[in-house]
Design a binder for this molecule. Structure first.
Ligand code: ADP
Ligand code: MG
Length: 150
C-alpha cells in the first residue's frame, strides 16, 4: 500500500487509520530518516488507540508504554541508540499483549515476531511531502487494507 502524504496532519491521520487495523500482538516497524515523520505517525496511532499520555520521541528512555482505551498497551520504542537485538530483548516488552511501534528498528526485530507491519517513509523533493509505503509481513496481514481518508 502506498500513500502520498502532503503535511503533518495527513501523517497523523494515516496513523489513526493504521490504528484501526491493529490489535494485541501486532508489531509496527517505522523506517525513515530523522524528521521523516515517524513520531508524528506514532502520535496518530496513539490517538486512534486512545493512548493515555503524550506520544513523543522516546529517545531518552528507549521505550514508553501508554495505556489505551482500545485495550492493549501501546509500546513506543526508539531503537536509534540500541546496539543490538539483545538490548531490545532486555527491554522485556510484552509483545503478545501489546501493540509495539518501533522507530529505527533496523534488523533488531528479526526473530522476535512472526508477523509485522513495515512502514517506510521517504522524503520527496517537496519539503512537507512524504511517500509512505506499508507492507504487511506474515499471514496475519494477508488481505488487510488500510484506507486513506482522502
Ligand atoms: P521522526 O520521528 O521521523 O524523526 P518527527 O515526526 O519527530 O520525525 O518529525 C517530523 C517533522 O517534520 C515535524 O516537525 C513535522 O512537523 C515535519 N513534517 C513536515 N511535513 C511532514 C509530513 N508530511 N509528515 C510528517 N511530518 C512532517
Ligand atoms: Mg522520532
Amino acid at each position: 500500500m502506498k500513500f502520498v502524504i502532503s503535511d503533518p496532519d495527513q501523517m497523523h491521520e494515516l496513523g489513526i487509520q493504521i490504528a484501526g487495523v491493529l490489535s494485541a500482538g501486532d508489531l509496527v516497524l517505522l523506517n525513515g530518516p530523522l524528521g521523516a515523520g515517524k513520531t508524528t505517525l506514532t502520535r496518530g496511532i496513539g490517538e486512534g488507540l486512545g493512548a493515555q499520555g503524550t506520544v513523543q520521541s522516546p529517545t531518552f528512555v528507549l521505550a514508553r508504554t501508554h495505556r489505551t482505551t482500545a485495550g492493549p498497551k501501546l509500546v513506543h520504542v526508539d531503537a536509534y541508540r540500541l546496539q543490538s537485538a539483545l538490548e531490545l530483548d532486555d527491554l522485556d516488552i510484552d509483545f503478545a499483549n501489546s501493540i509495539v511501534v518501533v522507530e529505527w528498528a533496523r534488523d533488531y526485530v528479526d526473530g522476535i515476531a512472526d508477523h509485522w507491519l513495515t512502514v517506510n517513509i521517504d522524503r520527496t523533493a517537496l519539503d512537507d511531502v512524504r511517500e509512505v509505503s506499508i507492507l504487511g509481513n506474515g499471514s496475519r496481514w494477508e488481505g488487510v487494507e488500510i484506507a486513506s481518508r482522502d
